[in-house]
Design a binder for this molecule. Structure first.
Ligand SMILES: [Zn+2]
Length: 389
């Protein structure tokens, strides 16, 4: 244990600048006494540009106490005087670390992780703005090494205060770099958008389709049937993690008189167990609106483009129907239980992407939608928004 903490201190050394030391001899004293020392003396911490509020720092006159947590800086090069011992951000200035009285320590904590409040950005026009919020871990990290850039500034730019502005129709990526790591945010400026939907799965074909979509930064909505969910928890979780939507397509896909509310609830219950979340939208089997369908407290989603892929098992036919029907705001109906649909869908995804279409989920297209309302398509005008999943 002791040995571990000592190692920790030396690991910490490269990131910590001891400056300025009042006496040169102090340096050797720190090194030689570190293993056995117990007391913490005065520490001065300097943080570079950072978030958060400045905590009041009580200056304690006695050393060696258990002292307060590290303050958060708000300005570059803000300097705090005080005694700090509590571990924060994985790098501790702890009681085992000897810091002599009157020594000044400049502590710099490495950025370990960046969480941005959007996974993707979608702009519906040029010169629109979206402001990003960043959560940096540890919260008192030295951000001077954090770099941000937009790969192709022809399409979008970013300002130092993290406001992204769309420039031209097209696609690019915003990249935050730190410590050899990257957080990437795809940006799309699109005039048109479309929601692909895949019904009746998941099936043996779904996972391949989901991988292809992930690789090409494409997203869609999967209207799953409850009977196919067993043993597919990982697939469903991956699907959600990649930004897809899981919609409710009833438990057993009945087409005659049936208990819509109960069927939908069963699927939600099972999904909650498998993935931790339930569905936002509902598609009745065959698009039937009879019985108690309208009592389901979710938006009821039909479609504007029917590929009839269940009847015509020919990829080129299915592909051509998608291409002919695709227009901004469209909801395209396909089934991921047919092997012939997969190549057609892949090809259509890529062709429409080339035409500048953005692919969104049904919930995104309808801005959530309203419960009990039947939708066959969404608005044609692309909404500028932060997409999170
Ligand atoms: Zn169906």
């Amino acid at each position: 244990m002791k040995e571990k903490k000592t190692t920790y201190f030396f690991v910490l050394l490269p990131f910590v600048l001891l400056f300025p030391l009042w006496k040169a001899s102090v340096v050797s004293a720190i090194e030689s006494e570190a293993p056995s020392a117990q007391k913490v003396e005065e520490v001065v911490l300097r943080f570079d540009a950072n978030e958060g509020k400045v905590s009041k720092v009580a200056i304690k006159k006695t050393s060696g106490d258990v002292l307060g947590t590290l303050p958060k800086a708000t300005r570059k090069n803000e300097i705090f005087h005080g005694w700090y011992t509590k571990k924060r951000g994985g790098k501790a200035v702890n009681a085992k670390t000897v810091i002599r009285q009157n020594t000044t320590l400049y502590a710099h904590w490495k950025v370990r992780k960046i969480d941005v409040d959007a996974k993707e950005l979608l702009f519906g026009a040029k010169n629109k703005r979206l402001s990003l919020k960043l959560k940096i871990t540890p919260s008192n990290a030295d951000c001077s090494t954090l770099k941000m850039k937009v790969n192709r500034t022809k399409y979008a730019t970013i300002s130092t205060n993290h406001v992204v502005t769309s420039k031209n129709y097209g696609q690019t990526t915003l990249v935050y770099s730190y410590n050899g790591k990257q957080t990437r945010i795809p940006i799309q400026v699109a005039k048109k958008w479309v929601a692909f939907t895949f019904d009746d799965g998941p099936s043996v074909y779904t996972s391949g389709l989901v991988s292809f979509m992930k690789k090409n930064q494409l997203r869609a909505t999967f209207y799953v049937v409850g009977t196919g969910l067993g043993g597919r928890g990982n697939l469903l979780k991956t699907l959600l993690k990649n930004g897809n939507e899981i919609g409710n397509h009833t438990w057993s896909h009945p087409v005659d008189s049936w208990n819509a509310v109960g069927q939908v609830q069963s699927v939600d219950w099972k999904l909650k167990k498998l993935t931790g979340t339930t569905t936002q939208t509902f598609r009745p089997p065959g698009g039937g609106l009879g019985g108690s369908v309208r009592q389901v407290r979710k938006p009821i989603i039909l479609w504007s483009v029917d590929t009839n892929d269940w009847r015509d098992r020919v990829p080129s036919i299915v592909y051509n129907r998608v291409m002919r029907g695709a227009r901004s705001g469209a909801i395209v109906l396909m089934h991921d239980i047919h092997g012939t649909t997969i190549p057609a869908a892949k090809q259509a995804f890529l062709s429409l992407k080339k035409q500048g279409f953005a692919f969104v989920t049904v919930s995104e297209l309808l801005n959530g939608g309203r419960p009990g309302v039947v939708y066959t398509q969404g608005g044609a005008k692309v909404r500028t928004m932060k997409i999170n999943y």
